[in-house]
Write a protein that binds this ligand. Sequence first.
Ligand SMILES: NC(=O)c1ccc[n+]([C@@H]2O[C@H](COP(=O)([O-])OP(=O)(O)OC[C@H]3O[C@@H](n4cnc5c(N)ncnc54)[C@H](OP(=O)(O)O)[C@@H]3O)[C@@H](O)[C@H]2O)c1
Length: 353
Amino acid sequence: MDLLQAFLNLVVPVFGLSILLVLWPLLTIRSIIARLFRVIFDENVRGKIVLITGASSGIGEQLAYQYSKRGAVVVLIGRRENRLRAVAEQCIKRGAMDVRAISADVSKENDCKRFIEETVNHYGRLDHLVNNAGIVHSFLLEEVADSRPLNQIMDIDFWGYVYPTYYALPHLRRTHGKIIVSASVASWLPFPRMSAYNAANAAIFNFFDTLRIELGSSIGGITIVTEGWVESEMTMGKHLNRHGEIEVGENQRDIHVGPMPVAYAEECAKAIIRGALRNYKYVRVPYWYTVFLLYRIFAPEVLDFLLALFYLVPTPGRKDAAPLSKALVDIPGVKSILYPSTIRAQRSKQVKG
Ligand SMILES: NC(=O)c1ccc[n+]([C@@H]2O[C@H](COP(=O)([O-])OP(=O)(O)OC[C@H]3O[C@@H](n4cnc5c(N)ncnc54)[C@H](OP(=O)(O)O)[C@@H]3O)[C@@H](O)[C@H]2O)c1
């Protein structure tokens, strides 16, 4: 057996890489042609039933507006009814054929079953499921007193994607519908203080990649989106703290977002819907984060060093021991270059709803 493994260690990489060198250019040409084809024949969602989790703010809210502009029927899911109602009004103004707001917690399986059933009972079908609800945390693993906050993250950011998908699948099969998944660059870019969030995102990335193979052409497609930092309540500073409580704090936000430029949510939503309607397997937005994926594969030690340097190591001379990420955005004028104005003003009351 050892001899066989030693033989395979030698032969498989050489053989596999030689084939890849031939396949890669061919696949690239095929993918360019497929993309051109999809640009011309993208999906028309007028009158189609689109359910969006996490639609009460941020990216989900902007996605609801993009679908509304195209005349879809949007079903908005979130826990804050007042926020859902406000988004629903905007959807109608922007052209949605109809809107339904359902208050639900995606970490509860019964809630997910209920909102899928309620949607299908009311409209008779489901065409797009947008899994987007999520929360982030900002603490080191060793800072938590018990595993409760870690479970909270997994319950929302992992199970909160699996439950709606499970209950929606029979309906999506019937309509040849699509699943859109809001993951994060965190699925492969390991930002410190976000270990459980990063893990949940890596898990959903793999979950939906696997599901795409399992389902084949029985549904219309699965688009996995990996967003970088985007304007939302999350980048206003809303996060789970080490005690498992939701907190809104710009200081903590500055530490874990730091000098990464934050993209506009509307632009992000436009890129996501474009990818979904063209049935792309992956959407990376903003696209420039792709370079970090290459570092992750070819030079992980450089990435690890930079992430520790910027986000972990205390800045010399700072009394609060804040890392470089915070020190850099504290320089006057820097935030106005890197962050949209909407996330610069402290709006914790509005965010907590
Ligand atoms: N913003 C970024 O920089 C960024 C980057 C990468 C990925 N993402 C991903 O994008 C998704 C959307 O986040 P966002 O940036 O738009 O942040 P956001 O403004 O905080 O929105 C999060 C949404 O999720 C909902 N939500 C949270 N917990 C929920 C629960 N248990 N049940 C039902 N709904 C729940 C919230 O609604 P309620 O509070 O009303 O329940 C809200 O509508 C998340 O999955 C996030 O991981 C965001």
